[in-house]
Design a protein around this ligand. Structure first.
Ligand code: GAL
Length: 973
């Protein structure tokens, strides 16, 4: 695989592609100035002109289907069927009622684009659920019209949602096709048997119940991950059907065992050839093998292939080298399917005494727990923003991610593979019953090729962890995970019961400790052969930019002095882990603040205080603490707090210095005010009487200054400033990035105390979310206005499609406005299934028997007679009948609102035979010609159920009937 970074040339010159490893793309982060390194500088990375490498396309049979959706907030309750016959009909395939019905009038629903989290636009409401961040979630509906081309006929057609929060019911063409019970697994629907083609449009309806909760954190609401349509050859590789995780044999020889699961929608048994090729990181093929397989009609078959590999380049956290397995299905000479799967050659093991080993080297897990939301966008977080968040963590020396407490979006794992993180991949529901076991198995099947994934976590803090039933449940889940992947241990994040006579640590490969740090040693002594890791720790509180707690105002000091009773400070926690080689590492609760679970304060607080970075990804003091703990290869030093304290002259200020060097020297306005040997874990504190000016720390190794950090006293704010993370964006309509708004003083220094209202406008991009990291703010997270909080606010821009410029302006009362230009590089947007306009179609008809003479148009089957007239669909010809050439087609139709109010145009695209059209007992149009042709008529206004009757007289000996689509549209205004 050829991973590329994209460097932008001079302004307006467009994108130039430069070949380089992903690691060099990631070194874009090396351009990030260490936090607080410049006096008065913005505590954020320096903007980069590098566009991150795109994650290569892995499955060409997938096309995103994220445009053209309509959304209705709130439930749509279908009226109960009225009478026996209506009930009889309502339970037939294709006959769903209400908003699930094909013909439902959704013309006043809101167009939305997926991914979509409707909760992120909700206000904060005191009576709404606290854990979900006081945001009402409720129920919502989505509908989409889908046109499938006749050329798609015969293919396997799947509808694929990566995640819907929380419970979902899906209908295709009026038939219920899926019930899904979790926000954290994908929903894949075989649309093939339901598909309609050409002008006979398909209708997808999704009812989402987001009142259902699976977590105690903000979970979002709606179709919040990617969605696509999959079109494959009838015999092809199923979704997640390639397993090709490399193995190193006891002899040290590597091989890639490839197992390919094929599925068939074909009408016969088919013989295919399955080929596998291994591409090195430069895209050169270095191994290949093939085998044959027979796939029986509507069955599955698995083909296995092994590819030995000599001396591959090894995947590691520092050098995350990826190879690609290309898997192809060949039918005769034609390649009918292909997948590209990134893989990494690495070994993992957990040692009971020495912790985690990657490639036989001990690696301390310097991890964070993550939820999946971000300021402004909620859980509908663009892939590029996920990348940006991971870049922030990488810059902190973080090397491990725990997906708490659910399987992540697939893109997160792709990025962890490419950027060099290891991952604890976690299942949501602790339950081995079939519906829930399927969720675990789905996760393992989807994620088992990722070199980043090192652990399967089957639960988090389950009260049954110390019971016989808990052990039995876990044993089955671990067994299921291992049946799909024999290479990674299973863990469970326990919060107690470690010493109970019966507890789940007896049936996991690695025991996960949530907190309970005081029990590490005892557990290790009593269980000397059991590896352990902290699966979760810390739970410390910080408000970004605040340096004194104020319980009344729900503000937590950022000196790393406050933590939940079950946790500890960042420094205290890491000390316990760092000192114990047998503890594989830790996962800080949490990397970023998240909406919901406001702790330790409740309303009006709406988010957590736990993050090392705040809701926007602005670093707190904890970021510098972990940099000092975790960054080994470069010297770092930081200084807390800022140095703008007007009115505090002469008062003592506690200065916390964190560094990984040997010695630090602190100067205020050039005068040494403190120096000390570095305490890398607890940091060094100095009490300094405040005087305005410049405070600077130098970090030394031996006599050499290896790093510095400084803050300068800022004056009053005079202007706004806009700082993007990147000065170039892909003009693909997808790329998103945060822009920081801050206020500067007359000398251009960041003012850390500014809390001003700002407004902004943008051209060439959309504002998809806003935030400022204040856990107590109730300002909307959508729109174009946001206050600075302790000096900062964030606007998330998503580029418009096409080349050009993005221009953003920001204003604040009394301040000089800011203007920002970002280049939009001409990069193709990912393909999307075209948007199809919904029109009301009359699809279902009752067709009379044949009559020798013209029947009365009022003739109808008696109510309850579902047998003597046939049920037929538009587009269905009927063969000539000996009994006669006349037939009646009847349909009862409730026109869409506009047609009911204004009248409409009814159009038969193709009728074979002569025809008369009657509506509500009045003849409106006649088709005299017997040959196939159209018929149109104006339908008068009127609501309720309209009776449409088409009398058809066939040409002698010729098929007849409604042989094309029938539509009912509003008249042009
Ligand atoms: C843990 C739990 C997390 C979060 C955290 C807050 O016990 O696993 O999900 O609730 O506490 O401190």
């Amino acid at each position: 695989m050829n991973r590329r970074q994209i460097l932008l040339g001079t302004a307006g010159a467009g994108a130039t592609l430069a070949v380089g490893g992903i690691s060099s793309a990631v070194t874009g982060k090396a351009r990030s100035a260490p936090t607080g390194s410049d006096a008065g500088a913005l505590p954020m990375p320096v903007p980069s002109r590098i566009l991150p490498a795109p994650v290569p396309e892995q499955d060409r049979s997938r096309t995103r289907m994220e445009r053209g959706w309509l959304f209705h907030e709130g439930d749509v309750v279908a009226p109960a069927p009225d009478g026996h016959n209506a009930t009889y009909l309502s339970v037939k395939a294709g006959n769903a009622l209400g908003a699930a019905a094909m013909a439902y009038d959704d013309s006043d629903w809101a167009p939305v684009r997926l991914p979509h989290d409707w909760a992120s636009a909700q206000p904060f409401v005191k009576t709404a659920n606290i854990s979900q961040g006081y945001r009402p979630r409720g129920i919502g509906w989505y509908r989409r019209t889908l046109r499938l081309e006749p050329a798609d006929r015969g293919k396997t057609i799947l509808l694929h949602f990566d995640g819907i929060a929380t419970n979902a019911t899906v209908w295709v063409n009026g038939s219920v096709v899926a019930h899904n019970w979790s926000a954290y697994n994908s929903v894949e629907i075989d649309l093939t048997p339901f598909a309609r083609f050409g002008d006979d449009l398909n209708v997808i309806a999704v009812r989402v119940d987001a009142d259902a909760m699976e977590g105690w954190w903000y979970e979002g609401a709606g179709i919040y991950r990617h969605a696509c349509l999959i079109r494959r050859a009838p015999v092809a590789i199923i979704t997640d059907g390639v397993h090709c995780d490399p193995r190193r044999g006891p002899d040290g020889v590597w091989h890639v065992p490839v197992s390919v699961t094929l599925g068939s929608s074909d009408r016969r048994s088919v013989d295919v050839t399955v080929e596998a090729m291994l591409l090195d990181p430069d895209g050169t093929q270095i191994a290949s093998a093939q085998t044959s397989a027979t796939v029986a009609m509507l069955e599955r078959a698995t083909a296995t292939i092994a590819m030995p590999v000599t001396a591959p380049r090894i995947w590691s956290i520092e050098t995350p080298t990826l190879y690609t397995v290309v898997t192809r299905v060949r039918l005769g000479d034609a390649i009918v399917d292909e997948r590209r799967t990134p893989i990494g050659f690495r070994t993992i093991r957990f040692d009971a005494d020495r912790g985690f080993f990657l490639n036989e080297q001990p690696v301390k897990l310097k991890g964070v727990c993550l939820h999946q939301d971000h300021a402004g966008v909620g859980t509908a977080i663009p892939d590029s923003l996920v990348r940006w968040r991971l870049e922030r963590l990488k810059a902190m020396g973080c090397n491990a991610i725990r997906c708490s407490h659910n399987a992540p979006a697939a893109e997160l794992l792709d990025l962890c593979d490419a950027m060099g993180f290891v991952v604890m991949d976690e299942n949501r529901q602790f339950n081995p019953a079939p519906d829930y076991m399927a969720q675990l198995e789905w996760m393992v099947r989807r994620d088992r090729n990722h070199p980043s994934v090192i652990l399967w976590s089957v639960f988090n803090e389950e009260p049954m962890q110390g019971t016989e039933a808990g052990v039995e449940m876990l044993r089955r889940m671990a067994h299921a995970a291992h049946a799909l992947d024999d290479s990674r241990p299973v863990t469970a994040a326990m919060n107690g019961a470690f010493f109970d006579p019966v507890n789940v640590s007896s049936v996991v490969g690695v025991t996960g400790f949530n907190y309970y740090q005081g029990d590490y040693d005892r557990f290790h002594q009593l269980n000397p052969t059991k590896p352990i890791t902290s699966s979760e720790d810390t739970s410390a509180y910080e408000t970004r930019g605040a340096f004194a707690s104020d319980p009344a105002r729900h503000i937590q000091s950022s000196y790393d002095v406050e933590a939940a009773s079950w946790g500890d400070t960042h420094r205290g926690t890491w000390k316990e882990i760092a000192e114990r080689p047998f503890v594989a590492g830790g996962f800080v609760w949490t990397g970023f603040d998240y909406h919901g679970e406001p702790t330790p304060h409740e309303w009006p607080t709406i988010s957590s205080f736990f993050g090392i970075l705040d809701l926007c990804g602005f670093p707190k003091t904890a970021f510098d603490i972990h940099r000092a703990h975790w960054v080994d290869d470069t010297p770092v030093v930081s200084l807390t707090p800022h140095w703008t304290w007007p009115g505090r002259e002469g008062a003592p200020v506690t200065v916390l210095v964190m560094s990984n060097a040997e010695r630090v020297v602190l100067r205020l306005n050039g005068r040494i005010v403190g120096q000390a040997a570095v305490d890398r874990i607890m940091g060094n504190e100095f009490i300094v009487p405040y005087a305005p000016g410049r405070i600077k720390v130098t970090a030394l190794r031996g006599n050499a200054v290896v790093a510095t950090a400084a803050h300068a006293t800022a004056g009053p704010p005079v202007a706004l400033r806009l700082t993007p993370a990147r000065t170039v964006m892909a003009g693909d309509g997808e790329d998103a990035q945060p822009v920081t708004i801050d206020a500067v003083d007359a000398a251009g220094r960041h003012v850390p105390t500014a809390n001003l209202p700002t407004r902004f406008a943008v051209e060439g991009a959309a504002i998809i979310g806003i935030g400022n990291g204040d856990p107590n703010s109730h300002e909307p997270e959508k729109g174009n206005a946001r206050s600075l909080f302790n000096g900062l606010a964030q606007v998330i821009l998503q580029s418009d499609a096409g080349r050009g410029q993005i221009v953003m302006t920001a204003t604040a009362p009394g301040l000089k406005p800011a203007r920002l230009a970002i280049h939009r590089a001409g990069i193709a947007a990912p393909g999307q299934i075209p948007v199809a306009t919904a029109t009301m179609a009359i699809r279902e008809w009752r067709r009379s028997p044949a009559f020798a003479a013209r029947p009365d148009p009022a003739l109808a089957p008696v109510d309850g007679d579902n047998n003597s007239w046939a049920f037929v669909r538009s587009g269905t010809p009927v063969d000539p009948s000996a009994a006669g050439r006349w037939r009646i087609y009847r349909a009862g139709v409730s026109p869409w609102r506009r047609v009911a109010q204004e009248g409409g145009l009814i159009r038969f695209a193709a009728i074979a035979g002569r025809a008369e059209l009657w509506i509500d007992g009045t003849r409106l149009a006649v088709k005299d010609a017997g040959q196939t042709g159209t018929l149109e008529a104006t339908m008068p206004a009127g609501g309720a159920v309209r009776t449409i009757v088409l009398m058809v007289e066939a040409l002698p000996g010729v098929s007849s009937g409604i042989v094309g689509a029938v539509t009912l549209e509003p008249r042009a205004r």
